[in-house]
Design a protein around this ligand. Structure first.
Ligand code: 13P
Length: 253
């Protein structure tokens, strides 16, 4: 399987001009990759200026989606609208959206809405802090189970899980989770998925890591953390970093 590099621009950059420059640079680097697929998730207003039919293995993603297919829902954007703008992936249940009140139930409805539109949901889970007695594992288990409620065994093969421990987000590589801990936690997530959907499916769903992934730690995270890719925030906003991180990913496979 190809590794996945997902750039989550969050509410950046500040202008459409900068967004298009960054998108074009990212596309240029991504096209040189042989073993890595790239997904860029701009803020919603910048999707249209970046939207061209996906080229090669560079895709557009969205940072959120409505639970509704259409209708009187002010401020909402449907999966079909995103699809029409050549979006292929949708981040759902990011911790920054959960912090605004998004529950596991809403996340599961968003994951389903994404699948119904024929797009790939990247379902985010992750603990706020690690408990000494493994309390965080219970929380992750509940998040995985409830966020995927209603997603059938056939459909879950189209889902990507992103494990993003909140305490590691938005810092520097020194604060990221260690590759060994990432590996251990993803194995735990695979165990939950296996209980829900059977071992074959549980072992097949791609799991990404996110949280202070930078040039200096991306290789070890993918190589030793045994994840199928990364979800990158701040480091994905600098074109040179994107180039260096993609080169490291190619070497890690
Ligand atoms: P940072 O890479 O800035 O820590 O952000 C991680 C993240 O939240 C990606 O979705």
């Amino acid at each position: 399987m190809r590794l996945l590099f997902v750039a989550n621009w969050k509410m950046n950059p500040g202008s459409v001009r900068e967004a298009v420059v960054l998108w074009n640079a990212t596309k240029k680097y991504a096209r040189k990759m042989r073993k890595t697929s790239v997904v860029v998730c701009p803020p919603t207003p910048f999707i249209a200026p970046c939207a061209t039919k996906s080229e090669g293995l560079v895709f557009l993603g969205a940072q959120d989606v409505s639970i509704f297919p259409n209708g009187a829902h002010t401020g909402e954007v449907s999966g079909n609208m995103l699809k029409d703008m050549h979006v292929r992936y949708v981040i759902v249940g990011h911790s920054e959206r959960r912090a605004l009140g998004e529950t596991n139930e809403i996340v599961s409805r968003k994951a389903q809405a994404t699948l119904v539109a024929g797009l790939t949901p990247i379902v985010c889970v992750g603990e706020r802090e690690r408990g000494e007695h493994g309390e965080h594992l219970e929380l992750i288990e509940t998040q995985v189970k409830e966020s995927l409620r209603g997603v059938s065994k056939a459909k879950v093969l189209k889902v990507i899980i992103a494990y993003e421990p909140l305490w590691a987000i938005g810092k520097t590589s020194a604060h990221a989770m260690s590759p060994a801990d990432i590996h251990e936690t993803t194995l735990f997530i695979r165990k939950i998925l296996s209980k829900m959907y059977g071992r074959t499916v549980g072992m097949s769903v791609p799991i990404l890591y996110g949280g202070s992934v930078e040039n200096s730690n991306i290789f070890a995270i993918v190589h030793d953390g045994a994840v199928q890719g990364v979800l990158v925030g701040h480091a994905s906003l600098v074109a040179k970093n994107v180039s260096d991180m993609l080169t490291a990913l190619e070497k890690a496979q």
